[in-house]
Design a protein around this ligand. Structure first.
Ligand code: MSK
Length: 638
């Protein structure tokens, strides 16, 4: 697939819509990227310090100018502090999301939120059993309340000898013991984030290794927040199962009221889906022949795509382009990865941009304050706004993209195990483990992370994935990486036929047919939003426990070819700490410090078994990942 140079994307929809942007003189993310060139060299190396107002200070990377900031901090201290603060911010993002879900679940347990219920009681029971919450003979409400309350202990516990419940119950015992021995297990998510901010403030922790180890505890707090957010969301909204849907901007329909849900938190987007179903006639009465069409963007999109088959319009980098279709009537946003430029783009069209979280407002948007107790009312208000906007469309400006791909999605850990159970009901993991051991599956790769203007949108994902699939590596994906694969048609049985190596294809076909999908599993299995990376760890933990080994011994790798956000920094770091060779395709803002760079790419391997691979070239990255997989196989003797 060729890439569009003006918008630097492999996505055919981006190529179509960026001509609309250019013709209307509406700047997009790629135009703003161009205006930022050349980007600040000090910031790129991580050697700029803005922690106090004596600064900003910067270290001369060539060794001729200042080598210390005004307070005396050197390049290693400055880089380590900047990096750790990014990990803390990532942990805060995911964990705040998790707290929101847990608080809502507590109220569901007390019957206080009529718009919500426990849709997957089996999942809640399994979670309760795992956390040690009594289930026998109890109604589901009190179980939900107790699970949520115990979950909130991970934000409240003050005993630092007592690690968070969710991390210790989500990893193999050997990994928990290793992390405990290194003193990086978080005891309290909030305290861990606060401690990173405290120890990295002026005049505190200046030892770069110690600072990074503090950050690592924050990254593991991020993992803790992700685990609990994912599992409680499944209990409340349903655990994803395979579903066939579509992806890319062609999912926006001319004769529908199109509403995009953008952001991350399913608490609102779920209710919008529910309410929209009841308002179809109202939309038709307003002239929308095909009623209401909910589409997804970024990870709110992934959440509703996996649970309800809602089509995915696009991933992070092309969110502005959805408005440029001239047929998007409302974009509803909640938290994280929402471009502040959206208001300006929406003002050029009839599109209503609606913010919903009181702590996440944007210029140019209408704010409709969302609170769970009035969820249905809020959703109805928003859908009404979209119907109203539909009547104001300018038909001459409608440019529906022709780009749309089929996508088979919904591979939660439970769905994967469930499909395998069709082959061996007594021992579902056996077919997977046997095929890893006999080499039909050489290894497993998790693709995660964002889009980034530093590289061609979606390009690294597809190049690396095709190479790994050809070499019989099983592929999992989350977040905007998963969005890339869905848009590009790589989450289909057809992609398996076209690109997978023979032995991988045989396994995917056997499992897909046994699971009743009528053909192979898709080449890349969509596991969810970026907060759902814990699903891949759940599968890996099950395999490790089954083989009696730790995670770093398995032929597992991770790749984030376009890592961008602070959340991605936290995810990449915990991936390394769980023992995975972890590729990032964007050069991180740490290379100004050899101490920090060496710690992440080499020292981490000694401590955790995992390490960072920084490689912007996707072909070279694929080679390195394949090498890492073969190294692990050899060490395991398989
Ligand atoms: S939305 S964190 S750009 S995956 Fe989850 Fe995508 Fe990265 Fe945001």
């Amino acid at each position: 697939m060729s890439s569009c140079t003006s918008c630097n994307s492999c996505d055919p929809a981006a190529a179509e819509l960026c001509t609309v942007a250019a013709a209307a003189d509406i700047p997009t993310v790629w135009d703003r990227h161009a205006t930022q060139q050349p980007q600040c060299g000090f910031g790129s190396l991580g050697v700029c310090c803005r922690i106090c107002w004596k600064g900003p200070c910067r270290i001369d990377p060539f060794g001729k100018g200042p080598q210390r900031g005004i307070c005396g901090a050197d390049r290693d201290t400055i880089v380590a502090r900047n990096l750790s603060r990014m990990m803390a911010a990532g942990a805060a993002g995911h964990s705040e999301h998790g707290r929101h879900i847990a608080l809502a679940m507590q109220r569901v347990g007390r019957n206080e939120l009529p718009a919500y219920r426990i849709r997957d009681e089996a999942k809640l029971t399994a979670v309760a059993n795992r956390l040690g919450v009594a289930t026998e003979g109890r109604a589901i409400g009190p179980i939900a309340y107790d699970v949520a309350t115990l979950t909130l202990e991970d934000y409240r516990n003050q005993d630092h000898h007592q690690a968070c419940n969710w991390i210790t119950s989500s990893l193999p015992k050997k990994r928990v013991d290793k992390l405990r021995a290194l003193d990086v297990l978080p005891h309290n998510i909030d305290a861990t984030v606060a401690q990173i901010m405290a120890r990295t403030s002026v005049g505190c922790d200046a030892d770069p290794t110690n600072v990074v180890l503090g950050g690592i505890k924050g990254a593991l707090a991020d993992f803790t927040g992700m685990c609990l957010a994912t599992e409680l969301s499944d209990a409340m909204f349903g655990t994803p199962q395979p579903v066939v849907t579509t992806a890319n901007l062609g999912v926006i329909r001319k004769d529908s009221v199109n509403i995009a849900v953008n952001g991350h938190n399913p608490l609102l987007s779920e209710v919008i889906c529910d309410v929209a179903r009841t308002m179809q006639d109202k939309a038709r009465a307003a002239g929308a022949r095909d009623g209401i069409n909910i589409v997804g963007i970024c990870c709110s999109g992934n959440e509703v795509m996996l649970r309800h088959g809602v089509p995915l319009a696009t991933n992070y980098l092309s969110q502005e382009l959805a408005i440029l279709t001239g047929a998007l009537d409302a974009m509803v946003v909640d938290v994280q990865c929402i471009m502040p430029s959206l208001g300006e783009v929406a003002e050029c069209f009839h599109t209503r941009l609606v913010t919903t979280m009181d702590e996440n407002k944007m210029p140019g948007a209408t704010h409709v304050s969302f609170h769970e107790e009035h969820a249905e009312e809020t959703a109805r208000t928003i859908v009404d706004m979209a119907i109203g906007a539909f009547t104001l469309r300018d038909p001459k400006r409608i440019r529906i993209s022709s780009a749309v791909s089929k996508a088979v999605v919904g591979f939660s850990a439970e769905a994967v195990i469930g499909a395998l159970a069709k082959i061996d009901p007594d021992d579902p993991l056996k077919p997977l483990v046997d095929n890893i051991v006999n080499g039909n599956i050489r290894g497993i790769a998790l693709f995660a992370g964002c889009n980034n203007t530093q590289s061609t949108q979606d390009g690294g994902f597809q190049t690396i994935a095709k190479r790994l699939a050809k070499n019989n590596v099983l592929l999992l994906a989350t977040g905007c990486g998963a969005g890339a694969f869905a848009k590009l048609g790589l989450m289909t049985p057809e992609a398996t036929d076209a690109y997978a190596g023979d032995t991988l294809k045989a396994v995917l076909t056997a499992v897909g047919e046994a699971a009743g999908l009528g053909g192979p599993l898709p080449m890349v299995l969509h596991m969810g939003s970026c907060v759902d990376n814990s699903r891949a760890v759940a599968v890996a933990t099950a395999i490790a426990d089954r083989l009696g080994v730790d995670l770093h011994e398995l032929p597992l790798v991770a790749s984030a070819p376009e890592a961008m956000s602070e959340k991605a920094v936290a995810i990449g770091t915990w991936s390394v700490c769980l023992g995975l060779p972890t590729h990032i395709g964007t050069v991180p803002q740490v290379t100004g410090s050899t101490v920090v760079t060496n710690l992440l790419t080499r020292g981490a391997a000694d401590l955790f078994g995992g390490y960072f691979i920084v490689e912007p070239n996707p072909e070279a990255a694929a080679d390195t990942l394949l090498g890492a997989i073969e190294e692990r196989r050899e060490a395991l003797g398989i």
